[in-house]
Design a protein around this ligand. Structure first.
Ligand code: 9MR
Length: 455
């Protein structure tokens, strides 16, 4: 008798644990004898003749008698399941949670599915208009969504968020010359390999950034001891070594980054050892070197302030035209480090229009949107008002990008994952909140803005 009570208590506890651990989709009751178990389940398909109708298929299996009842998620009474497929018409746009309750001698079990409907009818695989709003990459149709990475930020939450939301990665600084080629004849590919391997292992495209950048030149290159011809050979060798190593693994490269001088819109001279040593056509030379090594990898020219500065934009398109005439360039990267209040939509559109009219790929390459750009600002937190203005601006960028012809789309890349990791904090020395996730990896309104803009 005592044993029987303990047995009953144990069964009660098991029922309690199992039912409280189950997800919303799954409530399991077992009989005290452990027999007559049954688990509710169903699938659905969209009717071939009416896009607003789904056909419910009760796939519950179990021994003995059981009763199946539907809750169609429209506030109705429970409806007894009929033999064969059950037809259900879902009229208005929205989400419907359909539940199936199955009862037998052991108790009842339940299964549920949420079905989305838009103006065209039921959304196949819950993706409306081709848009899957549950992630950034899901919402982006026909192009990639990128973020930046470091080799020591590829695990834990970084890894989870990258794999959930992004299908393109750019190394923030570890695939630049000063890291990969620290001294003549000695390469350090450790961090770059880790990043590229991560991309390959996870099916995420890798965008190489950046082969030639005046701001990431190692000292030995700045002070190169040989002749100009030897300098050029050294650069050819460097480009060959890097591109061969990552052939088939890196999909695209920024070959030259930020070649245009602020103010004059001429090529940088004093601060570019490449321009000084290789001549006014050094950009064409570098692109040619890259093309010769890997004709399949996509080659980009990347620069900043292309929207806000029409003079710089013209200078950049002049570079692109020279490269295009030689068939050496595939796309343009517009960095887009911008603010919540500018540049204007029309200025951003002008970058897109110039790129599309040249039949080049458009990379929105280094997106971040400052919320605290005012000089001498004492702001230390993100107000809800600024968060919404930032959302609007991200949405605007996403809309502009989405409207680009498919053949010219490439990637929409945000320069950082979460606010407290942005380069802008050090650069401006004031608090800011420029990215899509807050410091806890929680999506901000800006994240929603991008999803909305992609639709
Ligand atoms: O965000 C990058 C920062 O962590 C690096 O220290 C810096 C130098 O390698 O580069 C920053 O990224 C720059 C990018 O490569 C080119 N456009 C401007 C970016 C911000 O400075």
């Amino acid at each position: 008798m005592k044993n029987f009570r303990i047995y009953k208590l144990l069964v009660f506890l098991i029922i309690l644990v199992i039912s409280s651990c189950g997800s919303d989709d799954e409530v399991i009751y077992v009989s005290p004898s452990g027999t007559q178990l049954v688990q509710a389940s169903f699938t659905y398909s969209i009717s071939a003749t009416d896009p607003n109708v789904i056909l419910l298929n009760n796939t519950t299996q179990g021994s003995g008698e059981f009763k199946s009842e539907w809750n169609f998620g429209m506030g109705d009474e429970l409806v007894l399941d009929q033999p064969g497929l059950e037809e259900l018409r879902l009229n208005g746009a929205g989400s419907y949670t359909i539940k199936l309750y199955v009862t037998n001698a052991a108790g009842f079990t339940e299964a549920s599915e949420t079905v989305r409907v838009d103006e065209d009818g039921v959304c196949p695989s819950n993706i409306c208009g081709g848009i899957d709003p549950s992630s950034l990459k899901g919402a982006a149709v026909g192009f990639s969504v990128g973020t930046i990475v470091r080799d020591n930020r590829l695990t834990g939450m970084h890894d989870e968020v990258i794999r959930r939301d992004f299908n393109n990665i750019t190394s923030e600084y570890q695939m630049k010359m000063d890291v990969m080629y620290p001294s003549q004849g000695t390469y350090d590919f450790g961090p770059a390999d880790a990043i590229v391997d991560y991309g390959v292992a996870n099916g995420i495209d890798v965008h190489g950034h950046a082969l030639i950048w005046h701001n990431s030149t190692p000292d030995w290159v700045e002070n190169f001891a040989g002749t100009d011809a030897e300098f050029e050979d050294m650069i050819r060798d460097y480009i060959r070594t890097v591109l061969e190593r990552y052939k088939g693994k890196v999909r695209s490269w920024d070959v030259v980054n930020e070649a245009i001088a602020d103010g004059s819109n001429e090529l940088r001279f004093d601060d570019s050892v490449f321009r000084r040593r290789m001549g006014a056509d050094y950009i064409e030379k570098c692109f040619q070197m890259a093309r010769d090594v890997d004709p399949d990898v996509l080659l980009f020219y990347n620069d900043y302030n292309m929207a806000s500065d029409s003079g710089k934009r013209a200078a950049m398109f002049a570079i692109a035209d020279r490269l295009k005439a030689l068939n050496l360039i595939d796309g343009i990267g517009a960095q887009l480090h911008i603010s919540y209040n500018g540049p204007a939509r029309s200025e951003i559109q002008a970058v897109v229009d110039g790129t599309v009219s040249r039949n080049l790929l458009m990379h929105f390459a280094e997106l971040d949107i400052r919320t605290n750009p005012e000089e001498n600002s004492s702001v230390t937190a993100l107000s809800s008002e600024r968060a919404l203005l930032q959302k609007d601006k991200y949405k605007e960028l996403a809309e502009i990008y989405t409207d680009i012809p498919t053949a010219n789309k490439f990637a929409f890349t945000v320069w950082g994952l979460k606010d407290n990791e942005s380069w802008l904090l050090d650069f401006w020395g004031v608090p800011d909140f420029p990215l899509l996730f807050d410091s806890n990896f929680d999506p901000k309104p800006a994240y929603q803005g991008v999803i909305e803009g992609f639709q």
